[in-house]
Design a protein around this ligand. Structure first.
Ligand SMILES: Nc1ncnc2c1ncn2[C@@H]1O[C@H](COP(=O)(O)OP(=O)(O)OP(=O)(O)O)[C@@H](O)[C@H]1O
Ligand SMILES: [Mg+2]
Length: 553
C-alpha cells in the first residue's frame, strides 16, 4: 500500500488523493482500494492532474583530499531542489468493502477526513471482479459485450438494456471499432431482449445477419477474450435461428441474399419529401409547391379508404391534369413542375416498389408485427435515395410507436444508426438533409416517451446535430485523436469528467469508455468483443505485395 501525500474521503461518496507519480501509476478509470483509519473502500478514479513540485534531493558527496588531491577525505551533504511530479486524483467511492449493496455509500463524515493513516493501492483483480459481478447484475436480461480493461484476468462486462431508454452516442475516429462495437450491442439486443430492432446500415455491416453465426469458438481468438462456453454457443445458435424467422433485410445490393429490393412507393412519401426530391422550396417555389399538393391530393380517396398507390408516371399525369383545378395562370406552373419532375430523374431511383399488394416494402415490413428485426442497407444507395428512405422510416416508426403508446402494449423499438453525421448533421449541407435532421432532434428528445429508443454512432461527433448529442444519456467513447471532437463531446456531455474523455486518445482498437445508465457505477472501461454474425462492411484485407528490396545496380 502506498502512503499518500494527502487523502480525503468526502461525505458525498467521493475521494481525492495526491501521490508522487513515481510511486503510483494511476489513470482515469482505474479501480483503487482506499484504506482509511477505520474502513476500506473501493473507488474509481475519474480525474487525474499532474502537478510539478520542487522536492529536495539530498546526496552525500565524498571528496578525497583537497583540490590538489593531497590531504584527508571529506564527506559533505549536498541538498538540491529537483522538480518532481505528483498526481492529484479524484473519483467516486463505489462501495464500502463488505457492504452488500454496492454503490452510493453514505460515509461517516469523520472517517478518513484528512486522516494521516489514509492509504491507497490499486484494487486487486478479484475485488474488481466481484464488484462488477454484483453491480452488473440485474433481474432482467443483460447484454454481454466484452471484457473489462485494466485488469489482468478476463472480467465480462454486461450492459443493462433498460439503460438504452435514453439515447446512446457511440463515437470514435475511423477504424476505432465503432461498427464492430455497434454490431456486438445490436446482436445482443436482438438475441437477449424482446425489443424490436431497426438498423439503418450505411455500410452494409448487418446485411449478413441471417447467415449462419460465425464459428463462435473463434470469438476467443487473439486476446484476453471472454470465453464462450459450449452451452452458451448452443443457446446463441438456437435463439439466432428463432430470430431469423422474424428478421427482414432491405437492400438494393444484388449480392445481399434473401433481401427485399423494393423500398417504397412514391405515394408513401409525404408532401415535404416529394418536394425535397424535386428540389422545391416551400417559400421560394410557393406556386409550384402548392400545385404539387393539388396534384397529389387528386389521388386521395374519401377519408377512410386510403389513397391508391402511384408512381412517377402517374404523378406526372396528375400534374398535367391539375391545371383545371386552379387558376389559368397555373399553365406555366404546370409546365415548370413537369420539367422539375423530369429533371429530377426520380424514375431512375432504385428504391421504387412496383405497387403490387404482396410486395415487402419498408412500410409493409414496419407495419408487420411479426418483423422483429429490420436491417435497412443503405450502402449502395445514392444520397437522395438514402434521405427518402430514412425520412419515411422515421415518420412511419413514429406513427407506429404513437399507436403502441395509445394502446399501452409496452412495445418498444430500438433505432440504430451508424454514421449519424450524414442523416443528423449539425449543419444541413444539402436541402434534402433538412428532412432527416428534424427527426434526429425529435426522436432523441421525445422518442423515449413513445418507446422509440435511439443509438447513434459517428466518427465526427462535432458534425452531429447538437440536439442529438445533448440528449444522449449514454456515451460509448472509443479511440478519438481529434481534440475538436473531444471538445465537442465535452460541451455536450458535461456530466463526464474531462480526464476520462481525454483518455480516449490512448485507446486501442476495440477499447471504449462507457458512461450512463447502461453500465452500473460511474463509468466502465472495456474492450468490445464477440461479434457473432458476419460483418458485411469490415476492413478489406489488402495485399501490399512482397517486401521491397532496394538493390544496387
Ligand atoms: N473489438 C474488436 N475485435 C476484433 N476486431 C475488431 C474490433 N473492433 C474492430 N475490429 C476490426 O477492425 C476493423 C475496423 O473496425 P470498424 O469497421 O468497426 O471501425 P469503425 O470505427 O467503424 O471505422 P469507420 O469509422 O471507418 O467506419 C474491422 O475490420 C473490424 O472487424
Ligand atoms: Mg464504421
Amino acid at each position: 500500500m502506498r502512503q499518500i501525500v494527502y487523502g480525503v474521503l468526502k461525505r458525498v461518496g467521493s475521494f481525492r488523493f495526491r501521490v508522487p507519480a513515481e510511486d503510483f501509476d494511476v489513470s482515469t478509470g482505474d479501480y483503487v482500494l482506499i484504506h482509511s483509519s477505520q474502513m476500506r473502500f473501493l473507488g474509481q478514479v475519474e480525474e487525474t492532474r499532474d502537478e510539478f513540485v520542487l522536492g529536495e534531493l539530498t546526496r552525500t558527496v565524498t571528496r578525497v583530499g583537497n583540490t590538489s588531491g593531497v590531504g584527508d577525505s571529506l564527506s559533505e551533504r549536498d541538498t538540491t531542489k529537483v522538480p518532481k511530479i505528483h498526481v492529484e486524483a479524484s473519483g467516486r467511492v463505489l462501495c464500502a468493502l463488505g457492504a452488500r449493496d454496492a454503490p452510493a455509500v453514505a460515509l461517516d463524515p469523520d472517517v478518513g477526513d484528512r486522516a494521516g493513516g489514509v492509504g491507497i493501492e490499486m484494487a486487486p483483480d478479484e475485488m474488481v471482479h466481484s464488484y462488477v459481478a454484483k453491480a452488473f447484475h440485474t433481474e432482467g436480461p443483460m447484454l454481454r459485450v466484452g471484457a473489462l480493461l485494466g485488469v489482468s484476468e478476463s472480467v465480462p462486462v454486461r450492459l443493462d438494456p433498460a439503460g438504452f431508454k435514453r439515447p446512446t452516442g457511440l463515437f470514435g475516429q475511423t477504424g476505432a471499432g465503432k461498427s464492430y462495437a455497434l454490431g456486438v450491442i445490436v446482436e445482443e439486443l436482438i438475441l437477449q431482449t424482446k425489443a424490436r430492432v431497426v438498423v439503418l446500415d450505411p455500410n452494409g455491416d448487418f446485411v449478413r445477419f441471417k447467415d449462419d453465426l460465425k464459428e463462435l469458438g473463434k470469438i476467443n481468438e487473439g486476446g484476453n477474450l471472454c470465453s464462450v462456453t459450449h452451452d452458451e454457443r448452443y443457446e446463441y445458435q438456437k435463439v439466432h435461428h428463432q430470430k431469423i424467422d422474424h428478421a427482414a433485410v432491405l437492400s438494393a445490393d444484388p449480392s445481399a441474399k434473401g433481401a427485399s429490393r423494393r423500398f417504397l412507393r412514391l405515394s408513401e412519401l409525404d408532401q415535404r419529401e416529394v418536394a425535397a426530391a424535386l428540389r422545391l422550396d416551400r417559400v421560394k417555389d410557393a406556386e409550384d409547391y402548392h400545385l404539387l399538393q393539388i396534384a397529389r391530393d387528386r389521388f386521395k380517396r374519401p377519408a377512410g379508404e386510403g389513397g391508391p398507390s402511384y408512381g412517377v408516371e402517374e404523378l406526372e399525369k396528375s400534374i398535367s391534369g391539375a391545371a383545371g383545378y386552379s387558376t389559368p395562370a397555373t399553365a406555366h406552373c404546370v409546365e415548370r413542375l413537369r420539367r422539375a419532375l423530369r429533371n429530377s430523374h426520380l424514375e431512375s431511383l432504385r428504391i421504387w416498389g412496383s405497387g403490387s399488394a404482396d410486395e415487402s416494402t419498408l412500410v409493409s415490413l414496419l407495419r408487420d408485427d411479426k418483423v422483429q428485426v429490420l436491417i435497412i442497407d443503405l450502402s449502395t444507395l445514392e444520397r437522395l435515395e438514402k434521405t427518402l428512405v430514412a425520412s419515411l422510416l422515421f415518420r412511419t416508426l413514429w406513427e407506429i410507436q404513437e399507436d403502441h403508446r395509445r394502446k399501452e402494449d409496452g412495445k418498444c423499438t430500438v433505432l440504430v444508426l451508424d454514421e449519424a453525421h450524414h442523416l443528423f448533421p449539425q449543419k444541413a449541407l444539402f436541402a434534402e438533409q433538412e428532412l432527416t435532421v428534424d427527426w434526429g432532434s425529435k426522436i432523441a428528445g421525445e422518442g423515449r416517451k413513445y418507446g422509440l429508443y435511439l443509438i447513434v454512432a459517428s466518427q465526427l461527433p462535432s458534425k452531429v446535430h447538437e440536439h442529438v448529442l445533448t440528449q444522449c444519456g449514454n456515451l460509448v467513447l472509443m479511440m478519438m485523436a481529434s481534440q475538436s471532437d473531444i471538445d465537442a463531446l465535452r460541451d455536450s456531455f458535461s456530466f463526464v469528467p474531462g480526464s476520462l474523455l481525454e483518455r480516449s486518445k490512448w485507446f486501442e482498437k476495440g477499447e471504449a469508455l462507457v458512461i450512463g445508465e447502461i453500465v452500473p457505477g460511474p463509468s466502465c472501461l472495456l474492450h468490445f468483443e464477440g461479434r457473432k454474425t458476419q460483418e458485411g462492411g469490415r476492413d478489406l484485407k489488402v495485399d501490399w505485395g512482397e517486401d521491397l528490396h532496394l538493390t544496387e545496380e
